[in-house]
Design a protein around this ligand. Structure first.
Ligand code: SAM
Ligand code: SF4
Length: 461
């Protein structure tokens, strides 16, 4: 009988990808994914360390799970408990010390060693608690098995890991290590397998994805723009996206790809963090606000319908009222479709945590509120501007109501329609009839041809 594996994932899409790959690695050992931790034979917490209270959250989850582990052991069973991801990388020994019931702690770069770690922890060679937080010289990607678990219509594909930028607020360079790019052939092969398993949209992932510089198919070093062109040649792959990018790495080739590659979706998440040159300098972002504006102008020239999104941090040490106003001004100038915004939280071990000029909590709260109110109004206006337009929607899920399907517009908006469930996995033209804060509604106009074994016909909603 199969063993049950429960994985809880926090944080970014890269963690979601890593969790799927952990399940792939454990499949040959008989582990099958389970929706709940009760009665699981192995529980993995795949953690994120990007903002405050990350470690506290992990310990409170561990406390809850310990109950299930004890119950299982009282009934003569065994539950292996593991902490993975960036909190594991940063706090490995501390977790082992404070939670003696945890069997394995491993970072984002070592999970390909899971079979060996499981053998050690499960007592095959005498029970051992395992901490594996090295940065191995070999890439984990060279050791991952082919994908066992389907990701579905829309899939993630990690092409780049780590970061060498060292923004002063960020833990990523310390938890994920230095920049590494997978070779193009490995990426293309994985993309082809995903498409064969039913994927129509691939989001290429990296902590700093547009810094990707991998070995190309012609033996030369390629950049992301060249890779996007090659990905677009894959039959059956309809949509390509990439995230998360750094403004400094938005090169000419990549901007040109936005002009030429139709499958590259006209939506870009390009975080700027602040609109003030003073704060950008303190953050070590390596660019000024006007440089970002110029990149956006060039992107809009290349692809006039491109919609933009960003991340913002308010209340970084030293941020003045004038700096905050500069951020508000930049937001007004760019006019975003969707954004994330956060209050600065000092991360131990980063330069920002030791900086003077700490902004009081109540000031951070007020600035965040002001920024979010502007961003929300832009998001609302962007969604409303879609009403009356016909957009191609890729349907990837059933909706909550019977007869309802959910899909994504080219601009990443969720679109609800009444439609035949056979449209799942297909693209249809949808006339947008309603706009909400976080989604759109519409009705099907036409859709691509759906070929069944016996017939080839157009499916009407
Ligand atoms: N590589 C991306 C970039 O350069 O913009 C960012 C990746 S980071 C995983 C995601 C977002 O978390 C950042 O863009 C930033 O806005 C936010 N973030 C990171 N560290 C933070 C901190 N210490 N406090 C608040 N927000 C933070
Ligand atoms: Fe962190 Fe992104 Fe800066 Fe790298 S570029 S240090 S991932 S915020």
């Amino acid at each position: 009988m199969g063993k049950k594996l429960f994985i809880k994932t926090w944080g970014c899409q890269m963690n979601v990808y890593d969790s799927t790959r952990m399940a792939d690695i454990l499949a040959p050992l008989g582990y099958e994914p389970s929706e709940t931790p009760e009665d699981a034979d192995m529980v993995i917490l795949n953690t994120c360390h990007i903002r405050e209270k990350a470690t506290d959250k992990v310990f409170s989850e561990l406390g809850r799970l310990k109950k299930h582990k004890t119950e299982k052991e009282d009934n003569g069973g065994r539950m292996l408990m593991a902490v993975a991801g960036c909190v594991a990388q940063a706090e490995g020994d501390f977790i082992m010390e404070r939670a003696p019931y945890v069997d394995m702690v491993f970072g984002p770069q070592t999970y390909h060693n899971l079979p060996e770690m499981v053998a050690k922890a499960s007592g095959a060679f005498g029970t051992e608690r395992v901490v594996n937080t090295d940065f191995p010289t070999e890439s984990k990607f060279d050791h991952l098995p082919e994908e066992t678990h389907k990701q579905g219509v829309s899939a993630f594909l990690s092409i780049q890991e780590g970061c060498d930028k060292f923004c002063t607020f960020c833990v990523v360079p310390y938890t994920r290590g230095s920049e590494f790019s997978r070779p193009a052939d490995q990426i293309i092969e994985e993309a082809r397998r995903l498409v064969k398993s039913g994927t129509r949209e691939i989001t290429m992932l990296g902590q700093n994805v547009n810094a990707w510089h991998g070995d190309g198919l012609d033996g030369k070093t390629w950049g992301l723009g060249r890779l996007a062109r090659e990905m677009a040649e894959i039959d059956g792959l309809e949509r390509i996206r990439y995230t998360t990018s750094h403004p400094r790495d938005m090169d000419d080739e990549l901007i040109a790809a936005h002009r030429d590659v139709e499958k590259l979706m006209p939506f870009l998440h390009l975080p700027v963090q602040s609109g003030s040159d003073n704060v950008l300098k303190l953050m070590n972002r390596k660019h000024k606000a006007d440089f970002y504006r110029e990149i956006i102008d060039r992107l809009r020239e290349a692809r006039p319908d491109i919609a933009l999104s960003s991340d913002f941090i308010v209340g970084f040490p030293g941020e003045t009222e004038a700096d905050h106003e500069a951020t508000m001004k930049l937001v007004e100038d760019i006019d975003y479709a969707f954004c994330y915004s956060f209050k600065y939280s000092p991360r131990p071990g980063t330069p920002g945590a030791k900086m003077g000029g700490v902004v009081p909590e109540n000031v951070k709260d007020r600035r965040l509120q002001e920024l979010q109110s502007l961003l929300n109004s832009q998001q609302k206006a962007f969604n409303e501007s879609c009403v009356g337009k016909t957009l191609p929607v890729l349907f990837d899920r059933e909706g909550q109501k019977d007869g309802q399907l959910l899909g994504k517009s080219p601009y990443m908006q969720s679109v609800h329609v009444e439609a035949n469930e056979r449209l799942k996995g297909h693209i249809a033209d949808v006339e947008i009839t309603g706009a909400f804060a976080n989604s759109l509604t519409g009705s099907i106009v036409t859709c691509e041809e759906i070929t069944t074994q016996t017939s080839s016909k157009r499916v009407v909603a």
